[in-house]
Design a protein. Structure first.
Lengths: 101, 626
């Protein structure tokens, strides 16, 4: 193990916070989705690092499953983005507020 | 013939009522009318056929067991005895004539099926009262006549005051019914039976105070139905109903139900001297009150209604003075001549073009059919108590009974009775003079009088005039047949020295003639009514309606208002509305959080996650501390 576990965790945390910041601050739906992807990648990184740290394959299995789920999620999300664009000609998240109380 | 066939007497009118009720409008009109008359006439014929059953101890007929639970065993039973038989005969007989009259009177009415079925149902209920063997059967009839009179008084319910009069009659008599209901339950609790004869037999074993209380309760119950003080306000308004209804319900039958009830319970009632005094007092005061009101009334039927009240007061006096035979005697003669007067009044109203006001009548002696004057006069002289008429003998018997009562208090009531007799003679002849004498003052166009409305008056006129023969007192050579017929049920035998009796008769004659002369002097030539304080006071029935309004209706309305506005609207609604408003305003605050923007939710989600994370960290740190 060349890279120490703590470094990987710090890297994952930085990635996660970056993703979260992206999700919270950006208004474009596409950018929010990218933020989500970054957060998921951070989670994958933790899994891989932990799997290596404790020498267990479970974490890597999770990562493969996660990649599959992410691919599916992106497919659905992009389809919805296209649909939303067709309906409203905008992709700013704040414009979709018809569910307000 | 078995005694169960006695049930045919009440059931025949009931059957005809039900048939008319269900199919009356689909049957030919003539058939419905014949059915209605047949039901009552059949009951009359049956009463005559079964007359023998009434002799001796009477006959008890059980149809079925009504209630049976433990020691309670109440049968649906009739008791055809000496008290019930003449009453049954009178009710069915007079009702038959009134039904015939009604066929003529209502010949233009479109809703005939409802009318005749209610009329028949009324006769059924009345016969149930008269014949009921136990208090429950009696109560069934008691409520039944109340219901039917409600339906019949408000028969022309399109006019709201008619419907109001029906409701008023129902509610006021219901006040009396409550007291009767209490008496009924109390008697049941005391004796364990509802059979009238058993209760009467056990009456002497009850505590005197209880008997007095029961007596007063029964009196109040009787007051409701018989329109006596203080429950008399409904009768005058009840004249809103069709005239045959007034004749049947408010002259001949229903108002006498109270008298009949007291006669039925005479063995119980007579045990309480206080109770008897109360009955006499109520009767005498009502007689005077109603007679004074009749002096100023302007509507012909209201005059007759007040006179009915007054005459029923005499009957109460008779019961209070201890003579059941006297009460029943007056009840029978009164039924004849009052039904006659009401039916004649119906003809008069027809002849004057639906005019009710006697001050707008007049001249009917020359204008109307001659026989009308004579039958009306026959009823009037009976009511006024002119010598040798039925009303004269029956009223005189009651006054004699009051005069000869050992209690000196009764002399006061006797004096009130004599004064009432004077007033009665006066207002009766006032009516006769205003209706028949002088020139016509109204402008109504006479309706044709069907033959059926004319001839039922004759038998009643004869019965009224000759009704004295039923119970002719001994001192004029009569046999006191009614008194002997009732035997042990007749109550106190009224006797006095011949001098006293002749003196009282002389007084009665003088009073009646004085009343007539006064009316003759006052109304021989028409003078318009004076509108002064006294006449207004009497016209409104001593402001009784206003008094009831102020004493009961308004406090009740105020209480209802308090409950409605004070309690319900202010308190309950206020609290509930406040809670609801609070929830709504809080909801309004929270609703601002749901912006509908995904980004807001996401940041809330992140903050929540952060808080959760912090909490877990805190736990971890604390857990590590241990």
């Amino acid at each position: 193990m060349i890279v120490p576990f703590g470094h990987v965790m710090a890297m994952a945390m930085a990635l996660f916070v970056l993703g979260l910041t992206c999700v919270l601050l950006r208004r474009q739906i596409l950018m929010i989705l990218i933020g989500v992807e970054i957060m998921l990648n951070a989670a994958s990184l933790v899994f891989v690092a932990a799997s290596n740290r404790w020498q267990q394959a479970d974490g890597q299995v999770f990562v493969i499953v996660l990649m599959a789920i992410t691919a599916a999620e992106v497919a659905v999300a992009l389809a919805m983005v296209v649909y939303l664009w067709r309906r409203r000609r905008t992709l700013v998240a704040d414009d979709f507020n018809r569910m307000h109380g | 013939m078995s005694e169960t066939l006695l049930f045919l007497i009440p059931l025949l009118p009931l059957l005809c009522a039900v048939v008319n009720m269900l199919f009356g409008m689909r049957l030919p009109r003539l058939f419905a009318e014949i059915l209605a008359v047949t039901g009552v006439a059949g009951a009359f014929v049956l009463t005559l056929l079964f007359w023998g059953y009434a002799e001796g101890e009477g006959t008890r007929a059980v149809l079925f067991t009504w209630l049976n639970s433990g020691s309670v065993d109440i049968a649906f039973a009739l008791n055809f005895d000496r008290l019930a038989a003449p009453m049954t005969l009178m009710v069915t007989g007079v009702a038959t004539l009134i039904h015939l009259y009604a066929v003529g009177y209502m010949h233009k009415e479109e809703d005939y099926a409802r009318f005749f079925s209610l009329l028949n149902l009324f006769v059924f209920a009345m016969l149930t009262i008269v014949l009921g063997d136990n208090l429950l059967v009696l109560f069934l009839g008691w409520e039944g006549v109340g219901l039917c009179s409600y339906g019949l008084i408000g028969f022309w319910y399109h006019k709201v005051e008619n419907a109001r009069a029906g409701t008023k009659a129902f509610l006021v008599t219901r006040v009396g019914d409550v007291f009767l209901g209490i008496a009924l339950l109390w008697l049941f609790a005391l004796t364990g039976t509802l059979s009238i004869s058993a209760i009467n037999a056990e009456a002497s074993s009850l505590a005197p105070g209880v008997v007095t209380a029961l007596c007063l309760l029964l009196l109040l119950g009787a007051c409701g139905k018989s329109a006596q003080l203080p429950l008399m306000t409904w009768l005058a308004d009840a004249m809103a109903g069709p005239t045959p209804v007034s004749a049947l319900i408010h002259a001949a039958t229903m108002v006498t139900a109270g008298v009949y009830l007291l006669c039925r319970f005479f063995p119980l009632v007579s045990l309480s001297a206080t109770g008897m005094l109360a009955i006499t007092a109520v009767g005498a005061l009502t007689a005077l009150y109603a007679a004074s009101c009749a002096l100023a009334q302007r509507e012909i039927k209201r005059v007759l209604a007040y006179s009915t009240m007054s005459q029923v007061g005499y009957m109460f006096m008779a019961v209070g003075a201890g003579t059941v035979a006297g009460a029943m005697f007056h009840l029978l003669t009164h039924a004849f001549f009052k039904a006659l007067l009401f039916m004649a009044a119906g003809i008069i109203i027809h002849l004057t073009g639906d005019e009710n006001d006697i001050h707008r009548m007049g001249g009917l002696f020359r204008r109307g059919p001659v026989e009308l004057f004579w039958v009306f006069l026959a009823g009037a002289v009976c009511l006024a108590g002119l010598p040798l008429t039925g009303g004269f003998f029956s009223k005189d018997g009651i006054l004699l009974a009051a005069f000869t009562h050992p209690d000196p208090f009764y002399k006061v009531f006797w004096a009130i009775g004599v004064l009432t007799a004077l007033l009665t003679a006066f207002y009766t002849f006032r009516l006769v003079y205003l209706v028949f004498a002088g020139e016509p003052r109204g402008d109504g166009h006479p309706h044709a009088i069907p033959l059926l409305m004319r001839w039922p008056l004759w038998p009643l006129a004869l019965l009224g005039l000759l009704g004295g023969g039923l119970n002719l007192p001994a001192f004029v050579g009569g046999g006191e047949r009614l008194h002997h017929w009732y035997a042990e049920l007749a109550g106190r035998a009224v006797s006095a020295s011949h001098v006293v009796e002749w003196a009282l008769v002389g007084l009665a004659v003088a009073i009646a003639v004085a009343g007539w002369l006064a009316a003759h002097w006052r109304y021989r030539s028409y003078r318009p009514p004076q509108d002064n304080l006294v006449s207004r006071f009497l016209l409104s029935g001593w402001q009784a309606d206003a008094l009831v309004d102020r004493l009961f209706v308004r406090p009740f309305a105020a209480m209802a208002r308090f409950c409605s506005i004070g309690c319900d609207r202010a308190l309950f609604d206020g609290v509930l509305d406040g809670v609801a408003r609070l929830a709504t305003s809080w909801g309004g605050l929270i609703v601002q959080l749901t912006t509908g923007r995904m980004t807001t939710y996401l940041s809330a989600f992140a903050w929540g996650f952060l808080v959760l994370l912090g909490w877990f960290l805190l736990k971890l740190v604390n857990g590590g501390g241990h």
